[in-house]
Design a protein around this ligand. Structure first.
Ligand code: ADP
Ligand code: MG
Length: 393
């Protein structure tokens, strides 16, 4: 199976319908973080340079019908600023109204048009064929560059891909190339840092990586479910009681494979999540009753740093502590800096982990930052993402 890419698609003089991920955070009617828009600029520029006329579509948020605060206007404006070029946009009640069809029809050769939020139309998330046909009618070919939405079988990601000659954009292509390499032929040792709040979010990834990676370094609240599963005392730390058995089972299964699961030996603890509270370091399996584990402790951080040094491939998903609330951001920050300084090939995925990398100002030292949270997790679970499957030969 081969992913169709821009090399396989003739675009000169053609109208290109392109699915992008402009699901960006807004504040005061402006884009407050434009990284997703920037991430797709190479594809947009490539297509324009090759003679395409672009019709861009995206979802933004979870609107109920045409809600003003979810319009794509701010994203279109930001794109125009980044490109230094006019971007056509017209307010509409949806992406496929008769007004939109006329507006798209009038697009001059070589122009860029952003149509209205796909989710203003309830047919989008139902992967409705009627909507897919209306979208397809706007263009000659289809390009998908929205990795962040590729795990959804929606009209704009899946349905429309079957109706026009279609291919992945440069961003989607790179995500697939990098993440496939991690699963298929990573350079060893391959070490994975998995953190975040819930084991349940990451079970699928752990299961799929057992036997494929050399080490999994666990961090975040997830660790306490593993400690408790082995009979440890974790105080009031966040534990998923219904996942204890599974956690126990995963530790046993890891022993039968060549994958070592490491847990954080100590934790920075407090009695509540707030600024300026008293903090104490306890062994992660001996946390007193009223205390919560909120960050990887100093010994855990040092041991993780030591084992990461010789890794040739490193994947990081999920913060090691409650990084939104200092001082519990220290472990995550230390790991962000460590990962950034490693010689091996480094990949970071997950909304909060990427935010942590940005907060530590080391994003430019990471080899690949995945633009998809849910999508990258599903990919790493070994699932076939519908938006990608539709572009395979
Ligand atoms: P990502 O978005 O990178 O995939 P997750 O969404 O899985 O990461 O997890 C991030 C969340 O986990 C953060 O909100 C963080 O506060 C929380 N978290 C991490 N460690 C702990 C902990 N020890 N206790 C409670 N919450 C934690
Ligand atoms: Mg998250």
């Amino acid at each position: 199976m081969k992913l169709r890419t821009l090399k396989d698609l003739a675009v000169n003089g053609k109208r290109v319908l392109m699915r992008v991920d402009f699901n960006v955070p807004l504040s005061d009617g402006k884009v407050s973080d434009d990284s997703r828009i920037r991430a797709t600029l190479p594809t947009i520029k490539h297509l324009l340079e090759n003679g395409a006329t672009l019709i861009l579509m995206s979802h933004l948020g979870r609107p109920k019908g045409a809600e003003d605060k979810y319009r794509l206007e701010p994203a279109a404006k930001r794109l125009a600023e980044l490109l230094g070029k006019e971007v056509r946009y017209q307010k509409a009640q949806g992406p496929a109204t008769s007004k939109t069809a006329i507006f798209v029809e009038q697009a001059p050769a070589g122009s860029i048009t952003v149509i209205e939020n796909l989710r203003f139309d309830s047919r989008e998330t139902k992967n409705d064929l009627g909507l897919a046909r209306e979208l397809a009618a706007y263009a000659d070919v289809y390009v998908n560059d929205a990795f962040g939405a590729a795990h959804r079988a929606h009209a704009s990601t899946e349905g429309v891909a079957h109706l026009l000659p279609s291919a992945a954009g440069l961003l989607l292509e790179r995500e697939v190339t990098v993440l496939s390499k991690l699963l298929q032929n990573p350079e060893k040792p391959f070490k994975v840092i998995l953190g975040g709040a819930k084991v349940s979010d990451k079970i699928g990834v752990i299961e799929n990586l057992l036997g494929k990676v050399d080490e999994i370094l666990i961090g975040g609240a997830m660790a306490y479910t593993f400690f408790k599963a082995q009979g440890g005392e974790v105080g009031k730390s966040l534990v998923e009681e219904d996942k204890l058995e599974l956690a126990h089972d995963l530790l046993e299964r890891a022993q039968a494979t060549n994958t070592l699961i490491r847990l954080p030996i100590d934790s920075v603890c407090a009695q509540q999540i707030a600024a300026g509270v008293e903090t104490r370091v306890y062994p992660s399996d001996a946390i007193p009753e009223n205390w919560l584990g909120l960050d990887a402790g100093p010994e855990a951080v040092v041991s993780y740093q030591a084992t990461l040094k010789n890794a040739k491939t490193i994947l990081w998903n999920g913060p090691l502590g409650v990084f939104e609330q200092p001082p519990f951001d220290r472990g995550t920050k230390a790991i962000a800096e460590t990962v950034a300084a490693l010689d091996g090939f480094t990949v970071v995925g997950g909304g909060d982990s990427v935010a942590a990398v940005n907060a530590a100002e080391v994003a430019d030292k990471i080899d690949h930052i995945s633009t998809g949270g849910g999508a990258s997790l599903e990919f790493l679970e070994g699932k076939t993402l519908p938006g990608i499957a539709a572009l395979l030969d």
